[in-house]
Design a protein around this ligand. Sequence first.
Ligand code: TEU
Ligand code: CA
Length: 561
Amino acid sequence: MENEKWWQKSVVYQIYPRSFQDSNGDGIGDLKGITKRLPYIAGLGADVIWLSPIYASPNDDNGYDISDYQAIMPEFGTMEDFDEMLAKAHELGLKIVMDLVVNHTSDEHNWFKESRKSKDNPYRDYYIWRDPKPGMKGGEPGAEPNNWGSCFGGSAWVYEETTGQYFLHLFSKRQPDLNWDNPKVRDEVFSMMTWWLDKGVDGFRMDVISLISKPEGLPDGEALATGYASFDLTATGPHLHEYLREMNTRVLSKYDTITVGECPGVPMEEARNYANLDGSELNMIFQFDHMSTEYEDGVGRYGINRIKLPALKKALNKWEVGLEGYAWNSLYWDNHDQPRAVSRFGNDSEEVRELSAKMLGTCLHMMEGTPYVFQGEELGMTNCPWDSLDEINDIESLNNVRQNIAKGIIREEDAITIMRNQSRDNARTPMQWDATDNAGFTTGKPWLRINPNYVNINAADEVGRDDSVYNYYKKLISLRKSSDLIVYGDFRLLLPDSEEIFAYVRTLGDEKLLVVCNFSDGNVKFDVPEEFETGKKLIGNYDDDPDRGNVRPYEAYVISM
Ligand code: TEU
Ligand code: CA
């Protein structure tokens, strides 16, 4: 293919370090634990690792609140541990992508400690400070500069008596937003990125990068049922592309990197600019359309709805077709912020869980874009049967569920069901390595509950079992690496209205693939299109050849011509 890029053929494995592998018995995953497990990741066939933040942090948002961008969180180890992990990863042919969290810092970052001291402090304008609403006293309800809400519930503003102003935080109160309109902030970020790239890292996943340029005058937005405007209304502000192009020119263009921007609030048409093929901004972005098909109007994520397949297909189709020829796509079912894919989009009851997990893997990995595998997804790990809210660590789900109960948007008795369906902690239960105590994750007390099903669902069982989800993912990944058709073929959705079947065709030149996935637990009539009558099965989650007129429960197969 003309001007193909290595990251278009890559498969990325995401590690949430806190929950991946503990090496010193404190119940918290760490860098030495990751180093020990690198061969496992290389064995899967992934070639890039995205590390969720490992920098110094007070962990108000588990590392997404950074107090020193060039120091390692002590619980995770030392800079020497990082250097050792990086060297070992490169030895195994694995690239390392860091999580760049620069929409905000921790309130314990020195910049913020200075900024909050006084209005004339040199660091004051590193953050976004505003007076109370005219005629109102700071701190009283309604005196906030506007009606923006935090992603973690409540207002996006905190009043500080010391200087009589509010500061903005689109996430937790301890994650003050940086002021990207200040060239000194951009200089600081770009020199820090250069420092990591000079250490040898291979790229960045950019946390909520779509939010860094705030709209002029910080105007009110449309209020939700909570009374606040959504945190992502600031997406793609007036200087966003200017700042990304500046980042590209001053930093990224000097290295051979992979970059992916996490872009809440960015529609497909706009994404074409963020991830355009001319390389002037980012390589690809994470979009959220397919992550919100069950969200209830006004309630958002933390309601009790379940997904609807036609809506999911519509969202994924829009991005597959819409970016073709304009920009590069990312492909993901879950990450550290989302429930476990097999529980959310499939069926995690034990008799069909593996079948369903393989079906989901087939559905995603045969599409056009760079696939991301979140730790444990390759094992078919599931959501956790939380017993009570006391077990939940996640600031976002706790704050939002409590806020929605207090505002009468949801019933208290539904809270535990909502947590079992939607809490980010479902993705953050420790990795299930084997059936020994604590799933082989730690010899100490795990920082978060380990899913009790680790005795049946673990890497030790699956790596050696040919029909495991792990080995099916391994086959999917190796298929991709052998096929320009899978990497670059265009995408055409079939049966958009079917509630059970997700089917599509990929075409590249005179080669084509038919991908058929049954998202239901029943047999579904489906006639293989004539053009594929004589095709052969490339991969499938049932051992025998597919029946060309009927698709079995959670069956997935790929026919090539
Ligand atoms: O997530 C931003 C973001 O939009 C998520 O909060 C996600 O949309 C939400 O969880 C869906 O309900 C990034 C990080 O991935 C997340 O872990 C951080 O909490 C957040 O930014 C703040 O840094
Ligand atoms: Ca540890």
